[in-house]
Design a protein around this ligand. Sequence first.
Ligand SMILES: [Zn+2]
Length: 380
Amino acid sequence: MLKDLISIDTTVPPGLNYDKAIGYLEPLFKKTGFDTQRLLIPVEHAEGREGRVNLICHRREKGKPRLIFYGHIDVVPAEGWDAFKPRVENGKVYGRGAADMKGGIVALLLAMESLKGKRLNFDASVMVTTDEEFSQASQIQYLRQYLEPVSGGHFLNLDSSFGYVSIAGLGVLQLDIKVTGKSVHSGLSHLGENAIEKASPLIQALLDLKHKVEQRKSNVATHPDTKLNRMEGRLNINMIKGGIKTNIVPDECLISVDRRLIPEENLEDARKELLDTLATVPGVTWQVERVYAIPTVPPANDPLIDQLARIIADTIGGGNKFGEMGSGDLSHIVATWGCKAFGLGVIRPECNIHGKEEFAYLQDIEDVAKILARFLSPQD
Ligand SMILES: [Zn+2]
């Protein structure tokens, strides 16, 4: 099944063969007892792009806890390897999307197949989406109407790590700071103002703040692979642009700051802290050019999430709950729906997602299928 799915090249951009991939999956979900609904996302919800075919599947059971599974069929582009000719070697399936995240969809289908004819513990739905690797926020919002009720529900993201329950994410605050000066010939630099050199004390102030920010430890634990014990704040200066020629004093320098917030922090305080830090530097003219933000995703605490962690421990060992040192739109969106978002998938650090020779372990897919089956119908 996974090899079939990988063979359908669903690269985005541009978003190839979505109808074909959904056409392949729909009967498989039907076979395991789901009512299915193929939806064409209106272009105005897909940033003008056409052919965004999504799939919503239901096994509704009124009165039981609401559970919505999330997956996406699109993959990032691949070059320089046979990414769409899947092969199995030493217990690994190689191919683009094997771990991110066609393998996760297959795990869910395997779980459902093993539960065929049985009742679930949940009022369950599945969303199989497109353009996750591009921009799908508006598509997700559009799909909400087909998933009601969502408020108070649980949202299980299969586009996630293997071996533990993902329960939190970092917030994001990105600022572009434009430093301005006065452009003159290099030989007359005493008459100008060098924007790059003026940016230097600002960068130094930001590095002092970086040091402070990195001392901030969350109460939420992280996976040992991160080489951290707990989630930590981050501040990085990841881009700098300035100057047009070696003999011209530059009148502009743009510094791009990427701040990541632990769940205990909030965007407003982080923004104020950054701007206050910059304001301590005298004699530099600067302004904020661009702001991009995603709120923090606080840890989802819930008996059902604890139950999933126990089933993981019982099935494969470990079975902890960890926060991710990453950020995404999705958890934030479903938080605004009133859903508790958590994640379990087949992604491991060595799976090389988005890289060459991406793979997933066959055993991981089977293990996740077993875990999900027990979660969905644990009395059996
Ligand atoms: Zn993904």
